[in-house]
Design a protein around this ligand. Structure first.
Ligand code: SF4
Length: 622
C-alpha cells in the first residue's frame, strides 16, 4: 500500500509505573503512551504497580512515606538494597538512622511501621512483582519515572534483565531527561534505552520498528562503546491525542485491596492534560525548560470534551488539570464552559499569581476549582526578582486574598535557602507577613535544592555557589562511584560567600499559630460578623472596614463616597496610572492623599506604583 509503512519487527510492550507515585491520581503517562500505541495497533499493557505497593505497605504507611512532611524522593531509599546490594550491606545503619531521624522523626508510625518493617514490606513487594508478572509475554518493558520512582524501577529492571536477558528495557520521564538520561544509560548496563522528551512516538517506533531504533527521535541508545542521543524538535500535537482510557487503572485499583480502592473513591481524581511546558519558563530554580523545550496547550473545546466524557464514563467528578498553569489565553472560556456543564465538579490545578483577576477566582470557584496550587515562592520583592518569577509580591497577596474570599483552598510554598538569600529577603517577607498573617492562608516551606536543568544548576557560579554537592539522601542511597557518573537530579551546594541564617521555620510556625488561632476563635463566636478578622461591608455611598488583625486594638474605618470608589477599584492590583485614568475628574494630589492614607492604615498595600485593597469582601465570605 502506498504511503503506509508496515512494520514487521514488532514487540509487545509492558509499561509500568512503580512506587512511589501518589495513590489519589492515576499516573497519566501510562494511559497517554498506551492510547497512542494502541491506536497504532501495538500490543501494550500498563501496570500501576504503585497501587500494589500501597496495599502491601499499608495505605497509611505508604501515604506517610510520600506526603508532606515526607516525600517520594526519600521514600525510595530501601530499594537501594536491590540496586546496590553491597552498598546496602555496608551502609544499612546509615539508612536506618536517616529513616529514624528524617522520615519517622515524630514517631507517629514508629510502632506500626519501623525501619525493619519498611525493609520487610519492600521485600514482599519486590518479590511479588518479580513472581506475579508474566514477563515472558513482553519484548519491551518500559518504566515511566518521576523523581521518586528511580530506584524502584532500577531494582525491578535489574532483576528482569538477570532473569530474561533478551528483554529490552526502556526508561522515560523527568528523572532521565537530557544528559541525565545519557549518564543513566552509561551507569546501568541493564537499561537498554532512554526516552528524553515527548515519549509517544519514540515508544511507538521502538515497539513497532525495533531494528531501526537508531533513527528514532528522542531516543538515547548505546552504539558500541558510545551513547547516542537522537535529539529532536518534533513535538506531539496535544490536540491530536485521543481521550485517555483509564480502564487498566481501574482494573489494577480493583485488585489493590479495599483500603486503596476506598481511598481513591473518596479522594481520587483523574488527570486531564491541558498543556506541556510553561509559557513563562524563566524561574531560576525550575527545571521545566529542560523537560519541555516549548510550551504547548490543548484547545479548550478538547479539554472540556475530555472532562465530560471521562466524568460520564467513570462516574467521577474530581479531576486534576495537568499543566504548569491554566491555559494562557483561553482560561476564561474554559471556566465558563466547565460551569455550563452543570456538574458538581471538583478540580485541582496549578497556576501562577498575577494573571487572574478577582472575578476570575469567583469563576474558578463556580466552575468547581475547590483547591489550587499557586507558585507564590516568596513575599519579598527582592527575593522575587532573584527568582525571576515575573510577578510582584502584591500579585501574590492578591491571589491569596481572592482564594480566601472565594473559599478556594490554596496550597503554596515559600522557598528558603536560596544560595544568595540576603537579610533583606527575610526582612521584607516578615514585614509583609505581618500584614496578612491573621487572615490569609499560611504557606509550606520549601527548602531549595538545586534541580538538574534549572538556571541555577546551569550557571551556579552566578548564584553565589562555589560548587554543587550531592544531597545527604543521595549519598546514602547511591554508592559514590555511581553518583560520580552524574546521575543526580537534585543537589546541595556550598556558598561562595557565607550568608547569615534566617529563621524561616519560626516565621512560618508563628503565621500558622496566629492564623489558626484566629480561625478557631472565629468558629467559637456567636454572631457571623464576629467570625471574620479583616473585611469590609459596602454601604453603597460609604464603606465600613473592620480590622481585627490586632484583637487588642480593633479598628473600624468608614470611607466616604470617593474613598469607597477608589478602594473598590483597587480590589484588583491597579497601577497609579490606571487609578488616575479612572478618576480623571479628581485632582491627582487628592488621589495620592487618599491612597497614602489607606496605605498608612494598612488597609491598602502599595508596591512601587501598584495598589491593592487588603480586606475581604463580606458579601463573598459570609
Ligand atoms: S516555576 Fe512554574 S512558572 Fe516558573 S518556570 Fe517553572 S513551571 Fe513556569
Amino acid at each position: 500500500m502506498w504511503g503506509v509503512k508496515i512494520y514487521t519487527n514488532k514487540k509487545s510492550v509492558l509499561l509500568i509505573s512503580m512506587p512511589f507515585a501518589g495513590t489519589a491520581i492515576p499516573a497519566i503517562q501510562l494511559p497517554l503512551l498506551s492510547c497512542y500505541l494502541k491506536k497504532r495497533n501495538c500490543n501494550i499493557k500498563t501496570s500501576h504497580l504503585y497501587l500494589k505497593a500501597a496495599e502491601i505497605y499499608g495505605l497509611n504507611n505508604y501515604n506517610f512515606l510520600i506526603y508532606n512532611p515526607n516525600e517520594s524522593y526519600t521514600a525510595q531509599m530501601v530499594f537501594s538494597k536491590y540496586v546496590f546490594p553491597e552498598h546496602w550491606k555496608n551502609n544499612k545503619k546509615k539508612f536506618e538512622n536517616y529513616f529514624n531521624k528524617h522520615i519517622a522523626k515524630d514517631g507517629i508510625l514508629s510502632s506500626s511501621f519501623s525501619f525493619d518493617e519498611y525493609i520487610k514490606k519492600t521485600g514482599v513487594f519486590y518479590n511479588w512483582v518479580i513472581k506475579n508478572i508474566d514477563w515472558k509475554s513482553y519484548g519491551l518493558i518500559g518504566f515511566t519515572l518521576n523523581y521518586g520512582q528511580f530506584l524502584p524501577s532500577l531494582a525491578i529492571a535489574k532483576k528482569i534483565k538477570e532473569l530474561y536477558p533478551e528483554k529490552k528495557i526502556v526508561l522515560g520521564g523527568s528523572r532521565t531527561i537530557c544528559e541525565l538520561g545519557i549518564n543513566t544509560l552509561k551507569a546501568f548496563d541493564y537499561i537498554d534505552f532512554i526516552v528524553s522528551g515527548d515519549g509517544e512516538e519514540a515508544l511507538y517506533r521502538l515497539a513497532s520498528d525495533f531494528n531501526n531504533y537508531r533513527s528514532i527521535p528522542n531516543l538515547i541508545y548505546r552504539d558500541g562503546r558510545h551513547v547516542v542521543w537522537n535529539r529532536s524538535n518534533v513535538l506531539i500535537d496535544l490536540n491530536k491525542i485521543q481521550i485517555l482510557d483509564f480502564n487498566e487503572f481501574y482494573t489494577d485499583l480493583e485488585k489493590a485491596g479495599s483500603d486503596v480502592k476506598e481511598y481513591f473513591i473518596l479522594f481520587g481524581r483523574l488527570p486531564v492534560e491541558i498543556s506541556r511546558g510553561c509559557w513563562w519558563n524563566k524561574c531560576t530554580f525550575c527545571s521545566q525548560k529542560a523537560i519541555y523545550k516549548k510550551y504547548r496547550e490543548k484547545r479548550v473545546e478538547k479539554i472540556v470534551k475530555e472532562i465530560k466524557y471521562l466524568s460520564d464514563k467513570y462516574n467521577i467528578l474530581s479531576f486534576q488539570l495537568i499543566g504548569n498553569t491554566l491555559p494562557k489565553k483561553d482560561y476564561r472560556i474554559l471556566l465558563n464552559k466547565l460551569r455550563e456543564i452543570g456538574k458538581d465538579f471538583s478540580f485541582f490545578v496549578e497556576t501562577r499569581a498575577g494573571v487572574l483577576k478577582c472575578e476570575d477566582y469567583t469563576n474558578l470557584k463556580d466552575a468547581g476549582f475547590n483547591e489550587i496550587q499557586i507558585g507564590v515562592e516568596t513575599f519579598s520583592p527582592n527575593y522575587l526578582k532573584k527568582i525571576n518569577k515575573g510577578v510582584f509580591v502584591i500579585d501574590n497577596i492578591a491571589a491569596l486574598k481572592f482564594c480566601k474570599e472565594n473559599k478556594i483552598k490554596v496550597n503554596y510554598n515559600i522557598i528558603t535557602n536560596y544560595p544568595n538569600e540576603e537579610q533583606i529577603d527575610f526582612k521584607e517577607t516578615m514585614e509583609n507577613i505581618d500584614i496578612i498573617s491573621k487572615y490569609l492562608y499560611p504557606p509550606h516551606i520549601s527548602c531549595l535544592a538545586v534541580e538538574f536543568g534549572s538556571d541555577i544548576f546551569n550557571n551556579f557560579q552566578n548564584y553565589n555557589i562555589e560548587f554543587l554537592d550531592y544531597t545527604d539522601i543521595d549519598k546514602i542511597m547511591f554508592p559514590k562511584e555511581f553518583l560520580d557518573k552524574n546521575i543526580s537530579y537534585i543537589f546541595n551546594f556550598k556558598r561562595k560567600e557565607k550568608m547569615r541564617e534566617n529563621d524561616w521555620e519560626d516565621l512560618i510556625d508563628k503565621w500558622n499559630r496566629e492564623y489558626y488561632k484566629s480561625e478557631i476563635n472565629g468558629i467559637k463566636r456567636d454572631t457571623e460578623l464576629d467570625r471574620f478578622v479583616f473585611y469590609y461591608l459596602d454601604g453603597k455611598n460609604y464603606l465600613k472596614i473592620y480590622d481585627k488583625r490586632n484583637p487588642e486594638n480593633i479598628k473600624i474605618y468608614v470611607l466616604d463616597e470617593l474613598e469607597r470608589r477608589i478602594f473598590l477599584f483597587c480590589k484588583n492590583v491597579e497601577k497609579f496610572y490606571d487609578i488616575k485614568l479612572k478618576f480623571r475628574d479628581f485632582d491627582e494630589k487628592k488621589l495620592k492623599i487618599i491612597l497614602n492614607n489607606f496605605e498608612r492604615k494598612n488597609i491598602m498595600l502599595r508596591e512601587e506604583d501598584r495598589y491593592l485593597s487588603l480586606p475581604l469582601c463580606y458579601e463573598k465570605i459570609k
